[in-house]
Ligand binder design. Structure first.
Ligand code: PLP
Length: 840
């Protein structure tokens, strides 16, 4: 299958040539001012190295170079430093016989890498200076680096934060995923509607990555399973292709360690069938390669519902199989004996997308390494951990049994064998009745038979964790209640976190500098030290400087909004921000309806002392999610009307900022005053946007959902504005027959806003556009927009009162920063390392 992996050698690096051709053809105009060597008189050694790379690797001189050439030359030069650390890290882990962590995720929402890499190497000043001496501005280069958007939202961003924290904590780790040719779509707003465009992030080549042609694996689909007389079993797939590794280095904080993000790409064994080609069938000759490439072409654009297509199951098996083969191969090569796998490898499944890995490892252990079922099962369970990300029934993956069996016949047998063992164990436990057995079964027998991936992941892992305390409790009470009775110690909590390098130091240098002055550098290595900042909330001078930093971030965002979308906003207004995937459970609609009610109030009572607000929305809707797309249109329709109405006198401005991604979040988060975290309680597993905002000094208006609960515990109940029903209350209300109509009719503000939207006040070109959406609120209102409306509106007026007290607001914002150090992903990863992986 594959040759043993030799230690990394720089001679294997295979990237020359590719960049030269793609970059030379770049149509992009040169940066202004045009690059010249007129900066400092003596170029620094780094400047000389960048220039040398430009000439010898890119094939351009300074005069001819375009922005993407400078970007590539800079990355390739910095990369040399990274490669050396990378090889050192890999060799040291090998020499120490260290246990490795493998993080399997179908999504890695990485964003840009240049700023992160040089900041973590502590070379930002040096690189800025070197480029300046060449007449190039680092910030301008950073802005043209494409966002590596190989994920939809929070789940993918979590994986990216985790990779950075693993390296920062000096833990040997690999991330495994798919190298999508087109990641997350680019969103354009046309006449208020979302338009999806392919994001070609690889169009200029990718100077960060290394193709590892020696790490290639056979991936089969379909065919049949043959049992031999000696008891051995042989799967003969009908179709096969090759998975090829493409590696990206991940630099940890202070450059201590460099880990590997290994993404798989696909290749046909026979990229071209020469016989067909020569016979004149030029297209058919390439069909195998096209078929293989289709596997890695698209990221399924959804994060809150399961993607049911066959191609998705093929993607899941493709990347799971390649990753598990790679892990097993590395273990056998380094340690010799497959039976010690669990001592040297911890595999974490990020949601159920890689859950078929459980069956794949069983297949390799039994069919290829000749272990018995029981022994293989013990190793498998000891190796895997599973992270659950959602309780929404529509998001729990399951596959029609006939499809699963057709694509993966051997895995189907293994699933049956696991299920038999599991259900026998369950039967032996007192109180497990038929209903409980049916709930635990890996096969859903109700209606069309389906393979349940969450159950497979639960059964095959020694640890199953939720991502916030509330979410973990609800897991025990709902989806996994019966599993929890069967295995009462398996479920545990690991509250999510965010990396403070990207989400504080890099996106908010002003605040970082101010904190350093106040409390020293300790928080850079241990974010919980931010608690030392708390007393500064009482220091008038500090408050003033803190708010000056916030204001300059708002000015910068205002400039960006003006340049990118022609929108003018007042930096002294309250910046009220809701940026996240558009989904009904996240309740952008609650925010919009309240905005409409506020608009109405401002017009009716212009004499009152209204708080000037800028309402910012951003987020993508899954392309097939009708209501989410309509909510985007509504936000834009309301914005158009309100922004053009002179009677609001600049008190209210609304903007939907297109194409939400990591880089846009890095611009908006540091400039926010108010963070909207208003999901229906019980439905947001954790959230991480909530953590980013609080860390950058925004106050939260939120429900007691996900990690908001723990944010309240850490910052203190006085410095967060909580409103609305709890998860228990939502469940009770649904159970006791919720009647939204009477709620709407009993709330004059809500009724007026809903009826205005419904009757076409904001859609004069199409009066009925929102009638269906509003009818949904009257008819069932599953997400409890009406039920929480009055509480939300009063919470917003509480925000107005707090904003009016400038000192009070500043103090509260400072206490938010001081309180959220615990939400560093370093803390989260340390907990996984200690409790689940046994590597710390
Ligand atoms: C942090 C982040 C998310 C997750 O945001 P939530 O508010 O937790 O849903 C999604 N997308 C991007 C680009 C992010 O940076």
């Amino acid at each position: 299958m594959t040759s043993p992996m030799p230690p990394l050698r720089s001679g294997q690096i295979n990237d020359a040539g590719i960049l030269v051709t793609t970059i030379a053809s770049s149509p992009t105009a040169p940066l202004s001012p045009p690059p010249q060597t007129t900066g400092s008189p003596t170029p620094t050694p780094l400047a000389e190295a960048i220039l040398d790379t430009l000439v010898h690797r890119i094939g351009k001189d300074a005069q001819a170079a375009r922005p993407h050439d400078w970007l590539a030359a800079t990355i390739l030069t910095i990369r040399n430093d990274i490669i050396e650390r990378w090889m050192t890290s890999t060799k040291a882990a090998h020499a120490a016989g260290a246990k490795r962590v493998y993080y399997l995720s179908l999504e890695f929402l990485i964003g840009r890498l240049l700023r992160d890499a040089i900041a973590n190497l502590d070379r930002t000043g040096e690189v800025t200076e070197a480029l300046a001496s060449l007449g190039v501005e680092l910030a301008a280069l950073e802005e043209i680096e494409p966002d590596a958007a190989l994920g939809n939202g929070g789940l993918g961003r979590l994986a990216a934060c985790f990779m950075e924290s693993l390296a920062s904590l000096d833990l040997p780790a690999y991330g495994y995923g798919i190298r999508y040719v087109n990641g997350m779509f680019r969103q354009r707003i046309d006449d208020g509607w979302q338009v999806e465009l392919p994001e070609n992030w690889l169009s200029h080549g990718n100077p960060w990555e290394f193709e590892r042609r020696e790490s290639a694996y056979f991936i089969g689909f379909g065919g049949e399973v043959v049992g031999h007389e000696d008891g051995s079993i042989h799967w003969k797939p009908a179709e096969a292709l090759e998975a090829l590794a493409v590696d990206t280095p991940v630099v940890g904080w202070r450059g201590k360690r460099v880990n590997t993000l290994r993404l798989w790409t696909a290749r046909a064994f026979d990229p071209i069938r020469l016989d067909a080609f020569n016979a004149g069938d030029h297209i058919g000759a390439l069909a195998g390669q096209a078929r293989a490439e289709s596997l890695v072409r698209v990221l399924y654009p959804s994060d809150s519902s399961a993607a049911g297509q066959e191609l998705r199951l093929r993607q899941e098996y493709f990347f799971s199989s390649a990753s598990i083969q790679d892990i097993v191969r590395r273990h056998v090569q380094y340690f010799g004996d497959i039976r010690t796998l669990a001592e040297k490898a911890a595999i974490q499944l990020n949601d159920t997308h890689p859950a078929v890995s459980v069956a794949e490892l069983m297949r390799l252990l039994t069919d290829h390494h000749d272990l018995g079922f029981e022994e293989a099962w013990g190793i498998t369970k000891a190796t895997f951990g599973y992270t659950n990300h959602t309780l929404l029934p529509e998001a729990l993956e399951s596959w029609p049994l006939p499809l699963f069996e057709r694509l993966l016949p051997r895995h189907m047998q293994i699933v049956y064998a696991i299920n038999a063992k599991l259900l026998r164990e369950a039967r032996a436990v007192a109180g497990m009745d038929d209903r409980a057995i049916a709930a635990i079964s890996l096969i859903d027998e109700g209606g069309e038979r389906r393979v349940r991936m969450a159950n497979l992941a639960f059964a095959g892992a020694h640890s199953v964790n939720g991502v916030a305390a509330l979410h973990t409790d609800l897991m025990k009470q709902t989806v996994f209640a019966d599993f929890h009775r069967l295995y009462p110690t398996r479920i545990n909590n690991k509250t999510n976190g965010i990396t403070p390098r990207r989400w504080l130091q890099e996106c908010n240098p002003g605040l970082t500098a101010l904190i350093r002055e106040a409390i020293g550098d300790g928080f850079l290595d241990d974010l919980t030290r931010l608690t030392d900042l708390r007393p500064f909330a009482g220091d008038a001078g500090f408050r003033e400087r803190f708010m000056a930093v916030k204001r300059s971030n708002k000015v910068a965002l205002a400039a960006h909004l003006r340049e990118s979308m022609g929108l003018r906003v007042d930096p002294d207004a309250l910046f009220d921000v809701q940026i996240k995937r558009i989904h009904e459970y996240k309740r952008q609609l609650l925010n919009i309806v309240e905005t409409v009610a506020l608009y109405d109030q401002i017009r009716s009572h212009p004499e009152r002392d209204w708080t000037p607000r800028v309402k910012l929305f951003a987020g993508k809707a899954a392309s097939s999610y009708h209501n989410a797309k309509l909510i985007i249109k509504l936000a834009n329709d309301v914005a158009r009307r309100v922004n053009a109405d002179p009677s609001v006198g600049g008190l209210l401005r609304i903007a939907f900022v297109p194409n939400y991604n990591v880089s846009l979040a890095e611009k908006i988060v540091p400039a926010a005053d108010l963070s909207e975290q208003i999901s229906t309680a019980g439905m947001e597993a954790s959230g991480t946007g909530n953590m980013k905002f609080a860390l950058n000094g925004a106050l939260t208006i939120g429900t007691l959902d996900g990690a908001n609960v723990e944010i309240r515990d850490h910052v203190g109940a006085d410095d967060i504005v909580i409103f609305g029903m709890t998860a228990d209350e939502v469940a009770d209300r649904r159970a006791s027959g919720y009647e939204p109509r009477s709620v709407i009719e009993g709330s004059p503000e809500l009724r007026q806003a809903v009826n205005a939207i419904s009757s076409g006040v904001f859609s004069p070109d199409d009066h009925g556009r929102y009638a269906g959406l509003m009818d949904g609120l009257y008819a069932h209102d599953w997400f409890m927009v009406a039920a929480d409306f009055d509480a939300y509106a009063s919470a917003q007026r509480e925000i107005d009162r707090r904003w009016a007290d400038k000192d009070g607001w500043a103090a509260s914002a400072i206490r938010n920063v001081a309180g959220v150090g615990w939400f560093s992903s370093d803390r989260t990863i340390a907990e996984y390392a200690r409790d689940i992986w046994g590597v710390m």
